[in-house]
Write a new protein. Structure first.
Length: 255
């Protein structure tokens, strides 16, 4: 397992977070090795109790791991029966809240650090992992009142975003990029301030990203531009935000 994880780190340039996720999944799978038709079937039965998205992620990781081993002769390749396992089909729409609710949450924050932290996410649509690893001296540049940010996202893909310089300056001054917190700690802080603001909905840092996306579409941003800003590899991924908006649209009477 460790050799495979090192291969992902060095050759595939996977992020630390991705490798940690792979390690956790493969630790569970190790109890079913050496793999056989029977043991793999038992593993599939075990993870069938997980949520559909979790099942999909686990099967993706395990298939990649077994194919890697088969390619190197570490296990018999045979018919690669594990590739025939299908994960459950599901489609979950992104959860977004109203931008007015985000504004109320930001207003309710009395800690300058957290106010700047969540304002930065709300104004950039950045993933929390991108914020926690952002180095402004290396990943930003300035031109007048604008700041250009270079985020390193999933799969080490880089994307560029231009925002108001004041948003970045505020985050730097508040220590957002020098005081490193955990993802869990940020989530708990946001829930606390959401309650304080009277927002009863489920709110996470990623919900702020979804809200950013929905708001940009509402304001008329073309879907391909939003795709570039969010760092999605496929416009189909970005397109789900159009479905989120479907229940917010009132169709006018035409005739």
């Amino acid at each position: 397992m460790n050799e495979f994880l090192e291969y992902l780190r060095v050759m595939k340039k996977r992020t630390t977070g991705t490798i940690a996720q792979y390690r956790s999944i493969l630790k569970e799978f190790r109890t079913f090795e050496p793999v056989s038709h029977v043991s793999f079937s038992r593993y599939c039965e075990k993870i069938s109790k997980n949520a559909p998205k979790t099942q999909k992620n686990k099967l993706m990781v395990v298939k990649e791991y077994l194919n890697w081993k088969a390619d190197r002769g570490k296990i018999p390749a045979g018919d690669r029966y594990w590739n025939q396992a299908d994960s459950p089909k599901y489609k979950r729409l992104p959860k977004a809240i109203d931008i007015a609710e985000v504004q109320e949450i930001i207003k309710a924050i009395d800690d300058p650090y957290w106010k700047a932290f969540f304002s930065f996410i709300a104004n950039t649509g950045a993933r929390i992992s991108e914020v926690l690893t952002f180095e402004p001296e290396k990943q930003s540049s300035f031109s007048g009142e604008l700041a250009t940010l270079h985020f390193i996202g999933k799969g080490n893909k880089e994307r560029t975003l231009r925002i108001s310089r004041a948003v970045l300056d505020n985050a730097i001054e508040a220590g957002v990029f020098s005081r490193r917190v955990t993802i869990a700690g940020a989530g708990l802080a946001l829930k606390r301030y959401a309650r304080k603001a009277g927002v009863a909905k489920h709110v996470t840092p990623h919900v702020l990203r979804h809200t950013f996306a929905v708001t940009q579409i509402t304001n008329g941003m073309p879907i391909n531009q939003l795709q570039a800003i969010l760092g999605h590899s496929s416009v189909a991924t970005t397109g789900v935000y159009l479905e989120v908006l479907a229940d917010r649209v009132t169709v006018p009477t035409l005739v």
